[in-house]
Structures are given as structure tokens and as C-alpha cells.
Ligand binder design. Structure first.
Ligand code: FAD
Length: 383
């Protein structure tokens, strides 16, 4: 097994880190306090290839591999998870759904715009009444002549107020998960409304929204994939999404390691650097171990994707471990910093607040355990 990175992969990582250290890290505290990143960074990120990395060249992307994608998500997570989410929802969840399930017309229309971030996408699955149990969602799409008319509500939708296109999952028949269909809805369609949710614990730089669909009329050509296959599309797309979340968490752990080591070497107590105390090294060793273990799970999963092998369980393991590791590492990071760790001038506090949601979205930690448990035992313990 070769765990070394190619020259191209290393070069992409170095370029990404240099860019984010200059364009994101100095601003992340203010963005977090303002509850909005400066969207002027989006086209610059697109220029570097963050949005188009794994979208094929024929659709305006770079056609890159998933190990490089994981490196990009790690660097984004180390810099600011709010940015990571904007990219991985727009070009990941939405872009990949279109790439793998869309018609040629849908690919031609949306992928070049998502790859260059001239348009942003959002992924509308969760509803007020259905989160983990997404297969029972209640938003409705009713056929009316050549159109569909959508009604319903979506909750906690990343990029919701910024998106130009929403991938909306709605019920076309009363057949549980098999009655769900995916629709590509331009957000300027009459009847579509997005309202931002304020007051989040973390990811405060990112727009999270409620979506309201009131008689939203779209042509039948807005159906993504086949009628009744929407739930399958959502689950398949979320597998790759989990890889992105996990890689972003590796970035959080890596950031915690770097800032903890730096602080411990430079802060003196009892006449010597904090780094010289065994109990402080204990915390740093735990963060370092979490970084390595999470990264190896992520790379393993990315490599499976690149080889075209099944990767769903590997993605669940990577997401489960890396998200819990990110929370642990951020807590350790704060502890290494003492009182300084509790204020946002040092990154530990923001890392902790951002990491906390990673154990919740794209399938909670409990849901990942049920997926892994089902793969190991063959028994579905969801219901
Ligand atoms: P619930 O499903 O109600 O779960 C509550 C608790 O019960 C959890 O601990 C859960 O693990 C546990 N639980 C539920 N079912 C079981 C079971 N069968 N066995 C054991 N335990 C169980 N959604 C989107 O569609 N698009 C987005 O872009 C998006 N972005 C988000 C951004 C943020 C900041 C947040 C907070 C959420 C986002 N979500 C998004 C929604 C997210 O995916 C859901 O919150 C998540 O899936 C959990 O659903 P829920 O909140 O309804 O919790």
C-alpha cells in the first residue's frame, strides 16, 4: 500500500494552504462574529479549483481525483469550516448528484456554473419533521400537465439563502423512500423562499436556511434522475459528502495540533514552556494520534472512490471517527491554551463550535453506527 502523495497532490495542498492562510485565516474570526463570510472569496476559491476539483474537464472542472479532493477539504477545514461547507455542498452534494444522475442537458446547464462557482447550489433534504428519517419526508410534488408543482418546507439548508439552484427532494407518491423524487429548482422560481437561520453554535460564517415551497412550478425536465429514485440519489450522494465532512474534520484536528504545539512552546509557566510538562504533552499526543488516525481513514476512503470500489461503509467510518476526533481535539486544544482557549482570538473555541455540528449533519454519529452495524451484521436496526 502506497500512502505517499504524488507531486501534483502535494503541490495542490501547498497552494491551497498558502491561499487560505492569506485569504481566509486572517478574516475567520470576523466572519464568525458577523455570521457571514465575505463572499468575495468564493470566485477566488473557484479560480484555484476548489469547486471544480472532481468535476470532469468536459463540464468545466479539473477532473481531479478524490485523494486530492480530500486534501482540499482538509485545508478548508483547517482554515474555516464555513468555507468547506459552501464548497462541499455546492459542488459536492449538488454537483455530484447532477454528474452521476443528471441528463446531458442538466449537466451542460449546471455543472460548468457550479464548477466555477458562478452559481451556487444547496441540497434540500431535511424537513422540520424528518431529519435522520429522511425517507419519510413530506414535501410534495404533484404532476400538473407537463409540470410539477412543489409544496413543503425544508430546514437547516446550507447555502440556502445564497444558492441559485436548489436540489429539492419531494414526495411524488405515498410509497415511503420509493416515493421520493429529486428536482432541480432555480431559486428565483416564483413560490420559492429562503429565510436564514441565525444564532447557530458554529459554522456561523455559513448561511443556513429554512426553505419554503409554495406552489413552486417546475417543468418535468427539472426531475433529476428517475421519478421515485430521489431517496437513492440522496443516499448515494451523501456517501461522498461524508468523505468531504470527514476530510474537513481532519483539517480541524490538524489546526488544533499546530496551534496547540505553537502555544505550548511559547507560553511559560513554573519557569518552563507548557510543552515541557508531561500532562500537556499527553493532550498534544492525543490530538496528534487523532489527526493521523482520522487522516488514514479519510485517505483509505478516498482511495476506494478513486479505484471505483464500494466505499459507503468506509465513508461512514471516516465521518464517524473524524467528527468525534475533531470535537475531542478542539477540547484538548482549548485545554492546552487555558483561559486563552476560551476566547475566539485563539482558534480552539471556533474549532470546537464548528466541529460540533459534524457529528450531527450528513447522518448523525448514531446513524453512522447503524450503517456500520448493518454492514457488519446484515441486520437493519434503523427501525
Ligand atoms: P433527529 O433525526 O431528530 O435526531 C435526533 C437524535 O436522535 C440524534 O441524536 C440522532 O442520532 C438520534 N436518532 C434518530 N434516529 C435514530 C435511530 N434510528 N437510532 C438511534 N438514534 C437515532 N440537511 C440538508 O438536507 N441539507 C443541508 O445542507 C443541511 N445542512 C445543515 C447544516 C447545519 C448547520 C445543521 C445543524 C444541519 C444541517 N442539515 C442539512 C440537517 C442535518 O442533516 C440534520 O440535522 C441531521 O440529519 C439530523 O436530523 P435531525 O436534526 O432531524 O435530528
Amino acid at each position: 500500500m502506497d500512502l505517499s502523495l504524488s507531486d501534483e497532490q502535494q503541490s495542490f495542498r501547498d497552494t491551497a494552504r498558502a491561499f487560505l492562510d492569506k485569504e481566509a485565516v486572517p478574516h475567520r474570526i470576523q466572519w464568525d462574529r458577523d455570521e457571514a463570510v465575505d463572499l468575495a472569496i468564493v470566485p477566488k476559491m473557484a479560480e484555484l479549483g476548489f469547486f471544480g476539483l472532481t468535476i470532469p474537464e468536459e463540464y468545466g472542472g479539473l477532473g481531479g481525483d478524490y485523494v486530492t479532493y480530500a486534501l482540499a477539504m482538509e485545508e478548508l477545514g483547517r482554515a474555516d469550516s464555513a468555507l468547506r461547507g459552501i464548497v462541499s455542498v455546492s459542488s459536492g452534494l449538488v454537483g455530484k448528484s447532477i454528474l452521476f444522475f443528471g441528463s446531458e442537458e442538466q449537466k451542460q446547464e449546471w455543472l460548468p456554473q457550479l464548477a466555477t462557482a458562478s452559481k451556487l447550489g444547496c441540497f434540500g433534504l431535511t424537513e422540520p419533521g424528518t431529519g435522520s428519517d429522511a425517507g419519510n419526508l413530506t414535501s410534495r410534488a404533484v404532476k400538473d400537465g407537463d409540470d410539477y408543482v412543489l409544496n413543503g418546507q425544508k430546514l437547516f439548508i446550507t447555502n440556502g439563502t445564497w444558492a441559485d439552484v436548489a436540489l429539492v427532494f419531494a414526495r411524488t407518491s405515498d410509497d415511503g423512500p420509493r416515493g421520493v423524487t429529486a428536482f432541480l429548482v432555480p431559486t428565483d422560481t416564483p413560490g420559492f423562499e429562503a429565510r436564514e437561520i441565525k444564532g447557530k453554535l458554529g459554522l456561523r460564517g455559513q448561511a443556513t436556511a429554512e426553505l419554503f415551497l409554495s406552489d413552486v412550478r417546475v417543468p418535468a425536465s427539472a426531475v433529476l434522475g428517475e421519478v421515485g429514485k430521489g431517496f437513492k440519489i440522496a443516499m448515494s450522494t451523501l456517501d461522498k459528502g461524508r468523505l468531504a465532512v470527514a476530510a474537513g474534520c481532519v483539517g480541524i484536528v490538524q489546526g488544533c495540533l499546530e496551534t496547540s504545539v505553537d502555544y505550548a512552546l511559547n507560553r511559560t509557566q513554573f519557569g518552563k514552556p507548557l510543552a515541557g510538562f508531561q500532562l500537556v504533552q499527553d493532550m498534544i499526543a492525543d490530538i496528534s494520534l487523532d489527526a493521523d488516525a482520522a487522516r488514514l481513514l479519510v485517505w483509505r476512503c478516498a482511495d476506494l472512490v478513486d479505484r471505483g470500489e464500494p466505499f459507503g461503509t468506509a465513508a461512514s467510518k471516516a465521518k464517524l471517527f473524524a467528527s468525534e476526533a475533531a470535537v475531542r481535539a478542539a477540547n484538548n486544544c482549548i485545554q492546552v491554551h487555558g483561559g486563552a482557549g476560551y476566547v475566539d482570538e485563539y482558534p480552539g473555541a471556533k474549532y470546537l463550535r464548528d466541529a460540533r455540528v459534524m457529528t450531527l449533519y450528513e447522518g448523525t454519529s448514531q446513524i453512522q453506527k447503524l450503517l456500520i452495524g448493518r454492514a457488519e451484521t446484515g441486520i437493519n436496526a434503523f427501525v
